[in-house]
Design a protein around this ligand. Sequence first.
Ligand code: 5GP
Length: 193
Amino acid sequence: MLSGHKKPRIIILSGPSGAGKTTLHDRLLASSRFAGRVIRSVSATTRKPRGTEQQGREYLFLSVRMFESRIRRGAFLEWARVFDNYYGTPMKNVRENLKKGRSVLLCIDVQGGQQVKKKVPEAISVFVKTPTILELRRRLEARKTDSKASIDLRLKTARKELKEARFYDHVLVNDDLSRAGRELEALVSSYIG
Ligand code: 5GP
């Protein structure tokens, strides 16, 4: 490991869908400051691929049977049902990267975030949110990827998720993407150097 660099960590990013966590996640991974030192975890899911998503790149797309068999085998660091599908973090990839001295970034829902924190208390947990729920609605509508019913469901879920923010080590208000991105980088750097 390079001098000045501290112990690798699991970094958990959670927050309502539409709050910008995926964008912040992508920016953190693209940051030259952490090149080769922060790796993303590819989750498994039973939902169908969307748009240009590819098997093994965005997700490991599995059948319900295969997913449940992996649950039984204890292959997941955490798993949860989100919007009627299974999602889970394969343990192997996380463990191998940590062993190689790399931190691992997980973009997962609040149920999963809490499971990881319980198992690995030194994980860094960050909850990303918009300044207000109205702003979240505005962003979900602007994305134009969701039906009205889907937006309503996401907002209902968001209200529940926001109550879980208090269990996170840090709450990041994403009112301006550049600023929030810099803040996240500074935060991560304070832990891993
Ligand atoms: P999407 O289907 O839109 O890609 O993701 C839906 C939700 O599932 C998001 O909140 C996302 O963070 C969460 N998610 C993605 N991967 C995982 C995972 O491995 N575990 C858990 N618990 N949630 C996940």
